[in-house]
Ligand binder design. Structure first.
Ligand code: WT7
Length: 690
């Protein structure tokens, strides 16, 4: 049966009806790869899939490129719009040479994403369906909400928010762990047209206050504490100090709505500021369970999400309502081959874009049942994920390569002692998945029968952009394969010329897509400079990419000053500023290094203030400084003392050399003669402890 399937795939006209005139993806004329480079979806899977062959994909893809307005408006019609969009479905200017960058989708329409995710599904008869299975940190701590119950909880909070004066367009900061209150808070904001900004609860108080100062929220929603594994983290204390810091910078927040997370900390133990702090449980449940929807324009902001860039200041990525709604729902449906009977679990945190698009919005817009997990994958032991899969009969499992690699290291036994038969689709996001992790995920976790959707995308793109459609074509371990409908990726060279066929270069996108971010909050200039000026006429992703002889895309990592640690994006400059804020640190240069589990690790070269000797104590306090300034996830893996840094005569740090030293490629240092003082390099090597 498998052979027959292979046969029929090989005959498929991969690139027939070439769409190269559109400069879009080219699936080569025929597959040139050896069969053993390819992993075919089973006939059983493909035959039930939403998109079951390359031909079907190509037809849909071509239509999406030739007639974006028709393609997307047809899909958009499945949602509820209070007011339909103007005749023109979208308009765009992606070329800085032609004026200000502007993407607009479904302009003139009004809708509400919370209404579409909840009320619309309930009206369709799914009110009794489970929307959220919540699994706490402790295995016996769990809960669930049907669509109807979720709507009621969302309405109560929405009414409370209105009661305290939150209005359409106001910002609300949400600093919560993965409690049900997190998606509830997002949906409640959306319901009244408030703009949520979720801050990952692993960020430090400095980072939180930076975000508060930037978006000036009406209130902060948090909880008193959270347990991660066996450790309790006092989130409320972090918020308290962030609010003190913000106040010093002229931004005061009068209200801090706090969830009492009883399993982590009692009320009585929580530090409290009378008049500002309010327990969620004391007020929200008293509000009515019905709340009228605020209809918003398709281009009204839905949320802000801060992400790292190449300067120390985080960027407030702004997503709007209509296009984001249509895009996250559609990508969710096709990339995971979603069926109404699925139980879907994404291990991300709602504090990152993955949790926005593929825990809260995309799945709920499809009326899916979603697992929300508060805990850690290694608590009580490394089999926790598969306990959860079996407990809820999870059918779609979406995670990050770093988790796959860390579980892989623990051995197969944690996996194989569980049933896992419910799983039918696996998926990955956050960084390139190395082929050996891919194969382990495929063979061991998925028993060699579940396709893997390796989804490439970014905070900025709103939804996934390059991904397998699991039943449609053979996969290659480590390749994100082909673009999603409506997405036109191109590879350009240094000069910004598009290059065709088998090649490598910089990944750009050629046309707007509905889920694209519209600006950086308060800084449209930075938006244009960062993303649209490097290669005029294109959106620049910041990623390197190659395309193989069959047209498959292979993402090769960031080409800018961004490091990807366990799928978390960290700017080297942010880490450097955190290090130099240490009173004894004079200068710092940070580079990424390969890391077995995390993908990339953080390697910091530091110069200390004159006369201060390097010591273990200093090393620890430098790391602590980064944890305090950014968060534990950004702590450097390595501190390398550098009495001096390699600089050019004009004073520019030569990172190329530092990268080579950090990755121990000492025979590849290249030309060091342009350095102001070439002996610095030998000194650094002598001080390395490898
Ligand atoms: C960067 C975006 C999108 C949600 C998580 C991260 C890298 C992401 C993949 C993938 C190779 C990937 C890119 C991208 N990345 N997914 N499947 N294969 N690289 O969102 O924090 O905005 O980071 O993550 O380098 O630019 P983010």
């Amino acid at each position: 049966d498998r052979l027959r399937h292979v046969d029929s795939m090989a005959q498929l006209p991969y690139g027939a009806g070439r769409i190269s005139h559109l400069n879009a993806v080219i699936l080569g004329e025929s597959l040139e790869s050896e069969e053993n480079d390819l992993v075919f979806p089973s006939h059983e899977f493909s035959s039930q899939a939403l998109v079951s062959s390359p031909e079907q994909y190509r037809k849909m893809y071509e239509r999406s490129i030739e007639d974006p307005a028709g393609f997307w408006s047809e899909i958009a019609s499945q949602f509820y719009w209070k007011e339909k969009w103007d005749l023109e479905v979208y308009s765009e200017n992606i070329d800085v040479r032609k004026g200000s960058i502007k993407f607009e989708w479904f302009k003139g329409a009004s809708t509400n994403i919370s209404y579409n995710a909840l009320d619309r599904n309930i009206e369709a008869g799914n009110g009794g369906k489970v929307a959220i299975y919540w699994e706490g940190n402790e295995p016996d701590d769990d809960g669930q909400l049907t669509y109807l119950e979720l709507l009621e909880r969302v309405c109560q909070l929405a009414n409370y928010l209105k009661h305290v004066g939150v209005r359409k367009g106001d910002a609300v900061i949400i600093y919560l762990p993965m409690l049900m209150e997190l998606p509830i808070a997002m949906l409640a904001c959306a319901r009244i047209g408030a703009v949520h900004s979720v801050v990952f609860a692993g960020f430090s108080s400095e980072s939180l206050s930076q975000r508060i100062i930037d978006c000036k929220p009406k209130l902060v929603i948090t909880c008193n504490a959270v347990k991660r594994g066996s450790k309790a983290i006092h989130l409320k204390d972090i918020v308290d100090s962030a609010l003190r810091e913000s106040a010093k910078n002229g931004v005061t927040v009068d209200l801090c709505l706090t969830v009492e997370n009883k399993s982590a900390m009692k009320r009585g133990d929580t530090k409290w500021k009378q008049g500002r702090d309010i327990w969620w449980q004391d007020v929200v449940p008293h509000f009515p369970t019905k709340c009228d929807v605020e209809w918003v324009d398709a281009e009204d902001p839905l949320f802000l999400l801060y992400t790292s860039g190449s300067t120390g200041k985080p960027k407030g990525v702004l997503h709007t309502t209509g296009g984001y709604m249509v895009y996250t729902a559609t990508t969710f449906k096709y990339a995971f081959d979603y069926k109404p009977s699925d139980i879907y679990w994404c291990t991300a945190d709602c504090g990152w874009i993955t949790g926005h698009s593929y825990i809260t919005y995309g799945p709920l817009l499809n009326g899916a049942t979603v697992v929300v997990f508060e805990g850690a994958p290694n608590y009580p032991d490394c089999g926790r994920c598969w306990d959860i899969v079996d407990k809820y009969k999870v059918t779609i499992f979406y995670t990050a390569p770093t988790l796959v690699r860390s579980l892989m290291r623990e051995g197969d036994e944690y996996v194989t002692r569980h049933d896992r038969k419910s799983i039918r689709v696996l998926a990955s996001v956050g960084e390139p998945i190395n082929p050996s992790a891919w194969r382990w995920f495929y063979n061991v976790v998925g028993n060699s029968r579940c396709p893997i959707s390796d989804t490439w995308w970014q905070t900025e793109t709103g939804g996934l952009m390059i991904t397998p459609l699991p039943g449609a074509w053979p996969q290659k371990p480590g390749s994100a394969t082909f673009p999603f409908f409506g997405v036109q990726p191109v590879i350009v060279d240094e000069k910004g010329n598009e290059i065709e066929g088998e090649c490598s270069g910089y990944l750009c996108i050629k046309k707007s897509w509905p889920g694209a971010f519209r600006t950086l909050y308060g800084d449209h200039e930075r938006y244009q400079t960062t993303y649209f000026k490097p290669f005029a006429g294109y959106y620049f992703t910041g990623d390197g990419c190659s395309r193989d002889k069959d047209g498959y895309f292979w993402l090769t990592g960031r080409v800018d000053d961004v490091i990807n640690v366990s799928g978390h994006r960290i700017g080297t400059v942010e880490v450097e500023s955190a290090l130099v804020s240490h009173p004894q640190c004079a200068e710092a240069a940070v580079v990424g290094i390969e890391h077995e589990i995390k993908g990339q690790g953080i390697y910091a070269f530091v110069t200390l203030v004159e006369g201060v000797p390097f010591s273990e104590e200093i090393r620890k306090s430098l790391i602590l400084s980064v944890r305090n300034q950014i968060g534990a996830f950004a702590a450097p893996d390595k501190i390398h003392w550098a009495p001096a840094l390699p600089k050019t005569r004009s004073g520019k740090i030569m990172r190329r050399i530092l990268r080579k030293i950090a990755s121990r490629q000492l025979d590849e240092l290249g030309d060091t003669s342009t350095l102001a003082d070439p002996s610095v390099v030998d000194q650094l090597i002598a001080l390395a402890d490898f």
